[in-house]
Design a protein around this ligand. Structure first.
Ligand code: BG6
Length: 509
């Protein structure tokens, strides 16, 4: 029998074959940051462990520290040991370590970037990277202009006919529409749009990609996925952790800019968009752009939005500080750590269906989910007492943790009377599949090296998301401090009132 991998007649698009990156290297700016240590370097090791990186793959760190190659190697080693998903194996590590280099310098240092250019060249000669290089800017956006200029000046941004150069950028993509446009111009001045990979790591999550499978590979759901059957949609990203240590990034940014502008609006787009013609990047992005263009805040904003800031108190048996007591935050900071908004998608499919998006820190538990809540049956041929405990049908996509899908519906309680109560039917990844899910960053870094852009939002999506959020942020800016909420709770009372006013309630996942 001819095996799939050596069968010359195999379909080159066969998705069961592993996708292995071609010759390439990755340069990371901001290697000492949290993201690089906890997510990026471990993900690179995991890719190496899974055999998805090319033989001569090389990793270059660029930072101010006075380090030798081996000092950077140690940092990578320690972060891999602590945070990698797959087990640590000396042989995998040794192979990866051979391609680790460090370039010392500051962002305004021409010589350092010239040395970086030389390093990239040497790696091609020594390890056959083909000169193909991705630059990962894991740095604050204020540093984008100087770094992209340096990449252009030193020739590092120049691709040739047979080599590629790509830039990977992390949010925040600006703090409003205006600054996002400025940022995009700065980056596009140096890199053409098709070489820019904007990371929204939620799109790298298996459960988020599964939304597309759920909606478009099945017959069951799509016919009821519209305003005729859906009452409303709740998209929740709750975290139980606080913001200790993150003041530099978070103060003045807040929950809406940090999470709603990107992760939650991307989840909304995938939930609400029309079926793409194919999963080709252009087709998928076209549908997301279309649905985001139709998405608007629903007012009056005093009633349809809520924001809060966590106070100090007890959570899980521990005394925790409020935001204003966390190191680095201004003592009178009005930064919100909880945000909830009501949006509507103004098209035929969704007219009149509110989309409620909420996110917060120091809430009851860590959970991200999309709940599609259906209308009640138009008629119930039971005594009213039989259905007192019957809620609304709901389909809940559990993004994390405990990844899976839950369907809630009414069922007869066993016994001699007719009593109907809600029950759930569950699909759990952990039970249905033996493979464990890769981390979002594994998928996304691999896609960058493969030049596969489907899971990266385009410029237009970023700008449309700011257009949706800007009026809400402007409204909040005119108000004083956000309402305080106790740690471990589900947000400020105004968030509950926001839904109660419409006769609905937030889910308590
Ligand atoms: C980041 C936000 O994008 O996502 C953080 O900046 C948040 O504030 C994080 O904690 C959550 O990511 P995940 O994958 O743990 O849900």
């Amino acid at each position: 029998m001819t095996r799939a991998w050596n069968n010359p007649l195999r379909d080159p698009r066969d998705k069961r074959l592993p996708r292995i990156a071609g010759p390439s290297s990755l340069v990371i700016f901001g290697v000492t940051g949290d993201l690089a240590r906890k997510k990026l370097m471990p993900a690179i090791y995991d890719l190496a462990h899974r055999g998805l990186l090319p033989a001569g793959f090389s990793l270059v760190g660029f930072a101010r520290r006075d380090w030798e190659h081996q000092d950077f190697g140690e940092l990578v080693h320690d972060s891999v040991k602590e945070h990698a998903r797959t087990p640590f194996k000396e042989s995998v590590w040794n192979r990866l370590a051979e391609g680790i280099r460090f370039v010392q310098g500051t962002f305004d240092d021409d010589d350092a970037f010239d040395r970086l250019a030389q390093t990239v060249k040497d790696l091609d000669a020594e390890r056959g990277t083909g000169g193909n290089t991705a630059f990962y800017l894991s740095i604050p956006p204020s540093a984008f202009p100087v770094v992209t200029k340096q990449l252009a000046r030193s020739g590092l941004a120049d691709a040739s006919d047979d080599t590629w150069r790509r830039v990977v950028i992390e949010k925040p993509f600006g703090r409003d529409l205006k600054s996002a446009k400025e940022l995009n111009e700065i980056v596009n001045d140096v890199f053409p749009e098709e070489s820019v990979f904007r990371i929204d790591h939620y799109l790298g999550k298996e459960t988020v990609q599964n939304l597309l499978a759920l909606r478009f590979a099945n017959q069951l759901f799509e016919p009821i996925w519209n305003a005729n059957y859906v009452d409303h949609v709740q998209i929740t990203m709750a975290e139980d952790i606080g913001l200790g240590g993150r003041a530099g990034y978070y103060d003045g940014i807040g929950a809406a800019r940090d999470v709603i502008q990107n992760h939650l609006l991307q989840l909304l787009a995938l939930t609400a968009m029309e079926e793409p013609v194919s999963f080709a990047p252009r087709a998928l992005r076209a549908e997301k752009v279309k649905v985001l263009s139709a998405t608007k805040p629903l007012g009056p904003l005093d009633e349809t939005t809520a924001r809060g800031q966590y106070a100090g108190g007890w959570q899980g048996g521990m005394k925790v500080p409020g935001l204003l007591q966390e190191g680095g935050f201004a003592k009178d900071s009005t930064t919100e750590t909880y945000a909830a908004v009501t949006l509507e998608v103004q098209n035929r499919r969704w007219a009149g269906v509110p989309f409620y998006l909420r996110t917060g820190k120091r809430l009851g538990r860590r959970v991200t989910e999309i709940a599609v809540v259906f209308k009640r049956a138009p008629h119930l041929p039971f005594d009213s007492t039989s259905t007192e405990e019957l809620g609304q049908n709901a389909l809940v996509i559990r993004v994390q943790p405990d990844e899976g899908i839950t369907l809630r519906f009414g069922s007869k309680v066993p016994g001699t009377t007719m009593e109907v109560r809600d029950v759930t039917m569950d699909f759990g990844y952990g039970h249905a599949f033996t493979e464990s899910s890769p981390e979002a960053y594994e998928r996304l870094i691999l896609d960058v090296l493969l030049g596969e852009p489907s899971l990266f939002p385009v410029n237009e999506e970023v700008e449309l998301s700011w257009e949706i959020l800007d009026p809400i942020l402007a409204h909040w800016a005119k108000k004083g401090a956000p309402e305080a909420y106790p740690p471990g709770s589900w947000g400020p009372p105004s968030a509950d009132e926001m839904l109660e006013r419409t006769g609905r309630n937030w889910r308590r996942p």
